[in-house]
Design a protein around this ligand. Structure first.
Ligand SMILES: Cc1cc2nc3c(=O)[nH]c(=O)nc-3n(C[C@H](O)[C@H](O)[C@H](O)COP(=O)(O)OP(=O)(O)OC[C@H]3O[C@@H](n4cnc5c(N)ncnc54)[C@H](O)[C@@H]3O)c2cc1C
Length: 361
């Protein structure tokens, strides 16, 4: 089966979803392709900061997402020896310290606004495998496997919004510089005890960061930094002394942790790295979001940067600019901001333990 559209967007993560909506609103026909069978299935970040919130509000999308469920963080607490020793409250003008938005709610909230447009098509359970190149050297489409069938999509512009391991980036032979940050991350999700306030809580275990994020629906997401590459060795050791480090810092979680995190298998390991490319696209092809600049989870910048990329790219695209799109203009507008964020992440990672010096302050 063959499809045709002005723009083919690969990947229905935050970048691909927002870009789809903004382009169909401008009258461009868009085919959005997602390999998963449902939206929000990929495991990724759910903490929206002020910049991401501002992008959603500027396009009247925030209310749609909010109606599906989100949670505003009321404070950030630093813990040591089982007690909060420092609390950060939000500015009155903002009213919260970031927002927990389940990925499915974010993506559905955005895409339900795109669905009514007849020139928008979303193909789920469809995995892009190859780029189609014209004799001119321009990319002019993709090949994908949709529910077991090979399909072809012709388009004037192909957008790689397919995340940190981007197929589109690799198929176009675009290189990235990859950096390790000295840590990997263990994730787990547990039910929150009753009365648990919407908050971010942080502790220092050894010299590594342990973070708790309250989530929609009465859950807590645990993010535990461990030494880079140490998990295979760690999981050979006894589990109880490891998990007791968490309950020592957060005694109120003892019951729920003991019930729901019983072995190493109850953690998911994230290989933490950042990467960025000096090339954000080429003839007929543009990369954005994690596909061109993967971030570490520190500071919750990745999702927000992906939304900002989409907002910026949509502002540059229209029917006239499609055929010879100036990708360097887009790169120029976003690249410095991305480099600044990557630098802030490294700085925060290197100075996290300073929060725990002079605790009485
Ligand atoms: C565990 C974890 C926690 C994080 N925490 C936060 C946080 O709290 N806040 C924050 O701001 N950032 C966080 N991040 C980063 C954030 O999730 C990403 O920066 C953000 O999701 C990037 O959006 P994106 O749309 O560029 O890519 P993605 O969200 O990765 O979306 C890419 C999409 O492309 C699809 N896809 C991939 N290949 C193909 C293919 N060949 N064909 C079709 N579809 C394909 C994928 O299934 C996916 O849906 C976290 C990341 C991880 C991994």
């Amino acid at each position: 089966m063959n499809y045709q559209a002005d723009v083919c967007i690969v990947g229905a993560g935050p970048a691909g979803a927002l870009l789809s909506y903004l382009l169909v609103k401008k009258g461009l026909s868009v085919i959005l392709i997602e390999r998963n069978a449902t939206l929000g299935q990929s495991f990724r970040g759910e903490h929206l900061n002020e910049e991401g919130e501002a992008v959603l509000k500027s396009h009247q999308l925030f209310e749609a997402v909010e109606s599906l469920g989100l949670l505003r963080m009321e404070k950030l607490e630093y813990y040591a020896d089982g007690n909060a020793f420092k609390t950060v409250f939000p500015n009155d003008s903002v009213g919260h310290l970031g927002i927990h938005v389940p990925q499915a709610n974010l993506l559905k909230g955005i895409l339900q606004k795109a669905q009514p447009f007849s020139h928008f098509t979303c193909l789920l359970h469809t995995k892009v495998t190859e780029l189609i190149e014209a004799e001119t050297g321009h990319y002019r489409g993709v090949i994908a496997i949709s529910n077991g069938t090979t399909i072809k999509i012709d388009s004037q512009l192909i957008i790689g919004a397919d995340g940190r391991y981007s197929t589109i980036r690799k198929a176009a032979h675009i290189n990235v510089q990859k950096h390790k940050h000295g840590f990997d991350l263990l994730w787990a999700k547990i039910p929150a005890p009753s009365g648990w306030e919407p908050s971010i809580k942080m502790a220092l275990i050894g010299d590594k960061q342990l973070s708790l994020f309250t989530q929609v629906g009465g859950f807590i997401q645990i993010g535990w930094n461990i030494e880079q590459g140490s998990f295979p060795q760690l999981r050979k050791q006894a589990f109880t002394p490891f998990i007791q480090q968490l309950t020592t810092q957060f005694p109120a979680l003892s019951d729920t942790v003991n019930e729901h995190i019983r072995s190493w298998k109850d953690f998911v390991l994230l290989d933490v790295f950042s990467c960025h490319s000096n090339c954000w696209g080429t003839k007929g092809l543009v990369l954005l979001g994690d596909a061109v600049h993967t971030m570490t989870p520190t500071g919750a910048f990745g999702l927000n940067s992906a939304l900002k990329d989409a907002d910026c790219l949509a502002s540059l695209l229209d029917k006239e600019s499609l055929t010879n799109f100036d990708v360097q203009k887009f790169q120029h507008m976003r690249e410095q901001a991305i480099e600044d964020v990557l630098a802030v992440q490294v700085e925060r990672e290197q100075t996290f333990s300073a929060h725990f010096v002079n605790r009485a302050s």
